[in-house]
Design a protein around this ligand. Structure first.
Ligand SMILES: [Zn+2]
Length: 168
């Protein structure tokens, strides 16, 4: 998920690249989560450029990888937005043709994005050890479902001066 209350998303060629410290959870649960402050970025009527609807593609940046290597960004995708079923107590935030696209989770503190003091992963030979912070983002209550497209790949982009992925 986003690393601050500022928008940690970069748009390129009409596709959004979101940074997240929770890549594994997003992939395991096929979900992405936002705070209320991020909502305008995915709702056209909230002042964003567009609405997230079924089939919209996006990428996720594995934030701890760049933090560790300082040389490369690890970016996965594309994923596409798929309709969600409303969990118990959930509220619809955005729908399209009767399909639920974004909803507000009633008990976001149940996960999958939690505060964890240490996460250890080895990614292509790079040891990552980092902290996950979610409580201060209210556990990202606004959620939408994603799945990997058949073009899904793991991309490595070299970090450079005026790096497009570091614009924000
Ligand atoms: Zn960069």
């Amino acid at each position: 998920m986003a690393w601050s209350n500022e928008a940690s998303v970069v748009s390129r060629g009409g596709v959004d690249y979101w940074r997240t410290w929770f890549l594994e959870e997003c992939e395991e649960y096929n979900l992405f989560g936002l705070t209320a402050r991020h909502l305008p970025l995915v709702l056209a009527d909230g002042g964003g450029f567009h609405s997230y609807d079924e089939g919209r593609q996006l990428f996720l940046e594995d934030a701890p990888y760049f933090k560790k290597t300082k040389t490369h960004h690890r970016v996965c995708g594309p994923y596409e937005v798929v309709p969600s079923s409303l969990p118990p107590g959930g509220e619809i935030t955005h729908q399209q043709n009767g399909k639920i696209i974004i909803y507000k989770e009633k008990w976001p503190e149940r996960g999958p994005w939690l505060d964890r003091s240490y996460v250890r992963r080895n990614v292509d030979g790079v040891d990552l050890k980092y902290k996950q912070v979610s409580r201060e983002f209210n556990f990202f209550p606004f959620r939408f479902s994603i799945r990997k497209t058949n073009k899904y790949k793991i991309h490595y982009f070299r970090h450079e001066a005026d790096c497009w992925l570091c614009v924000r």
